[in-house]
Design a protein. Structure first.
Length: 109
């Protein structure tokens, strides 16, 4: 199973949802912080999506490492702080990945 699409959904500038779709037909939803929704959506589209396409959504530790490091030991250049928009965007992707894993296993998350 691989990620084929990652879509940020800005709901009336109140909530940002992250939709991850896979080649196996599984979809996962995650929620990112509602702070600066336009910025979070842009980060998901421009920074995170290219890192995620083709990855296995069940490998959550690997996905997190890929989002935080472009290569071993090197932080991606978009760091906006430990409580910034990047961290919020990453958390939305992580939650969506857990949602896919739970659906794949047939268990709640």
């Amino acid at each position: 199973m691989i990620i084929t699409q990652v879509t940020p959904i800005n709901l009336a500038d109140q909530v940002v949802l992250v939709l991850i779709e896979t080649d196996a037909g599984f979809q996962g939803f995650g929620e990112a912080s509602p702070m600066y929704p336009a910025v979070i959506c842009k980060i998901i589209q421009e920074v995170l999506t290219p890192l995620l396409i083709g990855e296995d959504p069940r490998d959550i530790a690997g996905i997190l490492e890929r989002m935080f490091f472009t290569r071993p030991g090197r932080f991606i250049p978009y760091k906006l702080g430990p409580q910034g928009a990047l961290t919020s965007a990453v958390s939305g992707v992580e939650i969506a990945s857990w949602d896919i894993l739970g659906k794949w296993l047939g268990v709640p998350i």
